[in-house]
Write a protein that binds this ligand. Structure first.
Ligand SMILES: *Cc1c(COP(=O)(O)O)cnc(C)c1O
Length: 414
């Protein structure tokens, strides 16, 4: 195969050609400002924006008035968490408390860290070896001054799906019983178009959406903000013309919004028609093919509670970066993040208790709408060959194969 295979769909996805096609007229012919209410150009733009709002709302079981456009999920997460917290602080004249798991996306973690610097208290929920939070520790962590609980739908590294409906029910029951304003925010970026999502059934108050993780354009996202009682009040991060119900000012990028709307429609189709099962079958084919030909493979995170497109696996005795180089013709991600000084294992894998050595050998594959069986078979062949080659050069693997228990060895510290 003389191209690079794209198995990194958790990082970003290609824009679906149908999305591109829908966007193009809004870059040229329909160029009005959606806020211009005095002429046809503005009305046409406005209509396209409202159509997209309907498409996005339909994907998550919301009403179109509940969709606020942003520049992406990083902004949506910031707006949800800081917006709720800052309104709370201004309204009550004091800071409060936030709950979030340690395995969240950086956009959530860093928003919480920023609030910590302002005096907010954050309860960082641990996860078990499967990557799941404990509902009991969530219940224990809730306080009268908890402004927001932020838990992602599915993790971007290990694809693990949290018990979202149960979390929503717990937060709502707490809020009702203790008459607090505690809200549930969910970063659903990775789950959209992969699993059915219903904000009402799951009692989600705020939900973050990104275009480019679901075959839409980059630089556009949305935040679902539930309407109705108890009323959600957010302090805007960006002030200006009072667009988006005052929550997010700025001229609406109509072409991007049209693209996000189309992407949402197609994402809903993937889930409703079962087309996503084809992606699951490809993911399973990849795993089965690797498992059949290699030993010492370890899945990271729950297999049962996992996105259909995710495979995160440690190839013991094969260093992740060496492996990435060896399989350059497959675009995927390693479980290590290059920081300036050192090669750190992923904080998500560490939170699961994955051994540092093993974390360094992990690779994340993200399958997608445009992958094929032929590509998967070609990938299996390449990966198996390279892993066998690399392990041939590993003295540790040789020792394990010779029946030596590595843990029993006293290594010389020098
Ligand atoms: C990619 C991603 C984000 C950030 O989305 P952008 O639209 O790129 O800002 C947030 N959360 C998760 C889980 C993601 O995977």
């Amino acid at each position: 195969m003389n191209k690079i295979l794209y198995f990194d769909n958790h990082s970003t996805t290609p824009c679906d050609p149908r999305v591109v096609e829908a966007m193009v007229p809004y870059l040229s012919e329909v160029y009005g400002n959606a806020a211009s209410s005095s002429h046809q150009f503005g009305w046409d733009a406005r209509e396209a924006v409202e159509q997209a709002r309907i498409q996005i709302a339909a994907l998550i079981g919301a009403q179109e008035k509940e969709i606020i456009f942003t520049s992406g999920a990083t902004e949506s997460n910031n707006l949800a968490i800081k917006g709720v917290a800052n309104y709370f602080a201004r309204n009550k004249g004091k800071v409060g408390h936030i709950i979030t798991p340690v395995t969240e996306h950086k956009a959530v973690l860093d928003s919480c860290h920023a609030l910590e610097r302002d005096g907010w208290e954050v309860t960082w929920l641990e996860v078990d070896k499967d990557g799941l939070i404990s509902l009991e520790s969530l219940k224990d962590a809730l306080r009268e001054d908890t402004a927001v609980v932020s838990v992602m739908y599915a993790n971007n590294e290990i694809g693990v799906i949290q018990p979202i409906a149960q979390i929503g029910a717990i937060v709502k029951a707490f809020r009702t019983e203790h008459k607090t304003g505690t809200l549930f925010h969910c970063d659903a970026v990775q789950a959209l178009g992969r699993v059915p999502i219903d904000v009402r059934a799951s009692n989600i108050d705020l939900l973050s959406i990104s275009g480019h993780k679901m075959y839409g354009p980059k630089g556009i996202g949305a935040l679902f903000v539930r309407r109705g009682r108890p009323r959600i009040r957010l302090e805007a991060l960006i002030d200006g013309g009072g667009h988006e119900r005052g929550m997010r000012s700025g001229t609406l990028p109509v072409h991007q919004i049209v693209g996000l709307g189309k992407a949402a429609e197609l994402a809903k189709e993937d889930v409703d028609t079962g087309a996503i099962e084809k992606v699951r079958a490809l993911r399973n084919r990849l795993w089965d093919g690797l498992k059949a030909n290699l030993d010492e493979l370890y899945i990271n995170g729950s297999w049962e509670h996992r996105l259909p497109n995710n495979l995160n696996v440690s190839f013991a005795y094969v260093e992740g970066e060496a492996m990435m180089m060896a399989i350059k013709t497959i675009a995927c991600s390693s479980g290590s993040a290059c920081t300036s000084a050192s090669l750190e294992p992923s904080y998500v894998l560490r939170a699961l208790g994955v051994d540092v050595e093993l974390a360094h050998t992990s690779i994340r594959f993200g399958l997608g709408r445009f992958n094929t069986e032929e590509e998967v078979d070609w990938a299996i062949n390449l990966i198996v060959g390279k892993v066998l080659q690399l392990r041939d050069m590993s003295p540790l693997y040789e020792m394990v194969k010779a029946g030596i228990d590595l843990k029993s060895i006293e290594w010389d510290a020098h």
